[in-house]
Ligand binder design. Structure first.
Ligand code: SAM
Length: 224
């Protein structure tokens, strides 16, 4: 999959910065060349609050609108690696935010479904993705309940912190599908990687600690 850059003539302006970010991720232990190559194509400056453009290619989380954040590139790469997707896989993302993670999944050849609970972010991300010629299915709503209409998914990635693993997401996984989700309290979370072995059997692995904004919804935290 490729981006359509005809609506973004300044794309090459950050070419070197993109290259340096990818080297930084390699140094930090990301070895998956498919992920690194795809991330090296994404103009991250289009996904952040314009006041932070000078930091667009630092390996840090940055503000987007509505008090939310775009995740740190290392975190995006790590979670995508855990998801282990193949071309053609159907993947559900919970927490569209800026749309950056969705575009990465698209570039890796996935059929992407993404849900965002904040209407303004849903609209803005949809526009950014359209501008770059990226086709994903996006919805405004409570992603803690998944998106049952298109289940089952080969992968589900939750980019907000959950107090527990939402039951509907486990149900919406295909057999051999993986759920990658940060679980913990509001200040730190452990990255869970859950593989569905059969209809009621799961393998649960725990990875590193991270810090995400909360997953707010019926199967997440209450607002406030
Ligand atoms: N993946 C995003 C990106 O690439 O920019 C970053 C996501 S940001 C860290 C977390 C997002 O999850 C926020 O935009 C927040 O509004 C959203 N969110 C929180 N609870 C949600 C829910 N129940 N359903 C859908 N989105 C939710």
């Amino acid at each position: 999959m490729e981006l359509n850059l005809s609506n973004y003539p300044d794309y090459n302006q950050f070419r070197e910065a993109r290259f340096h970010l990818i080297n930084r991720l390699r140094e930090r232990g990301i070895r998956d060349e498919r992920i690194l190559k795809a991330m090296g194509k994404i103009p991250r400056e289009l996904f952040i609050d314009p006041a932070f453009v000078s930091q667009a290619y630092e390996d840090v989380a940055l503000p987007i609108d509505c008090n939310q954040t775009i995740s740190q590139p290392y975190t995006v790469a790590f979670m995508t690696h855990c998801l282990n997707i193949k071309e053609g896989d159907k993947v559900l993302e919970i927490g569209t935010g800026s749309g950056y993670q969705a575009i990465l999944l698209y570039l890796l050849g996935a059929r992407v479904y993404t849900v965002e609970r904040i209407y303004e972010l849903h609209i803005k991300a949809t526009k950014t993705l359209e501008r770059l010629g990226v086709k994903v299915f996006s919805k405004w709503g409570d992603g803690s309940l998944g998106w049952s209409e298109f289940a089952p998914y080969d992968g589900i990635i939750v980019t907000a912190a959950a107090p527990k693993v939402p039951e509907p997401l486990l149900k919406q996984l295909a057999i051999n599908g993986r759920l990658v989700i940060p679980v913990g309290d509001r200040s730190t979370q452990v990255m869970y990687v859950i593989t569905k072995i059969s209809d009621n059997k799961y393998l649960e692995e725990h990875e590193q600690y991270f810090k995400f904004v909360p997953l707010i919804g019926e199967e997440g935290w209450t607002n406030g």
